[in-house]
Design a protein around this ligand. Structure first.
Ligand SMILES: Cc1cc2nc3c(=O)[nH]c(=O)nc-3n(C[C@H](O)[C@H](O)[C@H](O)COP(=O)(O)OP(=O)(O)OC[C@H]3O[C@@H](n4cnc5c(N)ncnc54)[C@H](O)[C@@H]3O)c2cc1C
Length: 287
């Protein structure tokens, strides 16, 4: 969560110095980075953010609080989107070393998956060099949302992998679990579930491979990336739900792998943009 996935889409906005000092070390796995746009009262509606950046000589002074930044507890720096002080609609993106005086990283809430890797960032008169402005003043949302859009596509393979694992576990379980004198897998209703799950996985994979190939060619995939994340997160969650159903009480037991996958996949209908926001973005991009 703190690796190359975080920086690929922003390389084009970075200066030579920013590339060498911040982005390439992440690509090489030497530094970790988090991305911080969400605030307590500004999630889907990011324009409600209240964290401000005030120009002061050759620095910017940040004040405010970001929440739910994945990888913050172990990141070296953050890409922070803040409102330019005194403006209604000008947002900018900054590279912020997390050991800068005035910047505190707090443990975030523990999400449903139980795997806590989120943190909150508090900025109290946190002064950063003007050279750490990413792109231009006012480009912050374009940079942030462009990064999230590509990220939406790049999360999909992990979701498909988790769904595949749930499918494999379900087939194994259904072969070995005996009910009414036969393996569970001998029942046609279970065949149908296994077939539906495999079909959802195949469809998601086909969409993601097609879109990734377009992205590799340099095409704009903003609509398709939202379609991929929308379909893949919903489909892989349906697969996980069927896997829990096939496993019966075992699938509901805390610590069972299928139960863990179910909780993790549930999060991705919200994380990196909710299902509803993907639909808004797809319609906006098409109409
Ligand atoms: C585990 C985890 C990791 C995260 N990692 C990061 C991170 O690294 N960096 C970061 O900045 N943020 C991160 N987030 C925040 C995440 O991106 C937000 O939670 C998400 O954008 C939704 O915002 P919200 O939770 O405030 O919900 P809200 O925006 O309050 O939405 C609540 C509900 O209302 C719906 N809704 C909102 N607007 C509309 C609309 N116009 N039409 C229809 N329905 C709507 C939503 O779809 C949702 O169902 C993370 C969150 C979690 C849980």
């Amino acid at each position: 969560m703190g690796g190359p996935l975080r920086v690929g889409a922003i390389v084009k906005y970075a200066t030579e110095e920013q590339r060498e000092r911040y982005l390439m070390p992440v690509v090489r796995g030497e530094r970790a980075c988090c991305f911080s746009i969400t605030e307590e009262d500004a999630g889907s509606d990011v324009r409600r953010m209240t964290t401000t950046a005030t120009p002061d000589g050759d620095t910017y002074v940040l004040n405010g609080k970001k929440v739910f930044s994945s990888a913050a507890p172990f990141a070296d720096f953050a890409i922070v989107v803040a409102r330019m002080a005194g403006t209604e609609e000008a947002y900018s993106a900054f590279l912020v070393d997390l050991d800068t005086p005035g910047c505190t990283v707090l443990d975030g809430e523990v999400p449903m998956s139980g795997q806590q890797m989120e943190g909150d960032l508090v900025f109290e008169d946190c002064r950063i060099p003007a050279a750490n402005l990413l792109g231009e003043i006012g480009q912050g949302l374009r940079i942030g949302i462009g990064r999230i859009t590509l990220n939406r596509l790049l999360h999909c393979p992990s979701l498909i992998g988790a769904a595949r694992r749930a499918w494999d576990l379900s087939v194994q379980y259904a072969m070995n679990r005996v009910v009414f004198g036969q393996p569970l897998l001998a029942h046609q209703a279970i065949h149908h579930k296994i077939a539906e799950m495999a079909t959802e996985i195949y469809a998601a994979r086909a969409m993601v491979m097609t879109t990734a190939a377009k992205a590799d060619r340099g095409d704009n995939v903003s609509v398709e990336a939202n379609m991929c994340k929308l379909f893949t997160s919903e489909a892989s969650f349906r697969v996980a739900d069927q896997a829990v159903q096939i496993h019966g009480k075992a699938g509901l037991t805390r610590g069972h792998e299928v139960e863990q996958i179910f909780r993790s996949l549930r999060m991705f209908r919200i994380v990196t943009g909710t299902t509803e926001i993907h639909k808004n973005a797809i319609a906006k991009g098409l109409i």
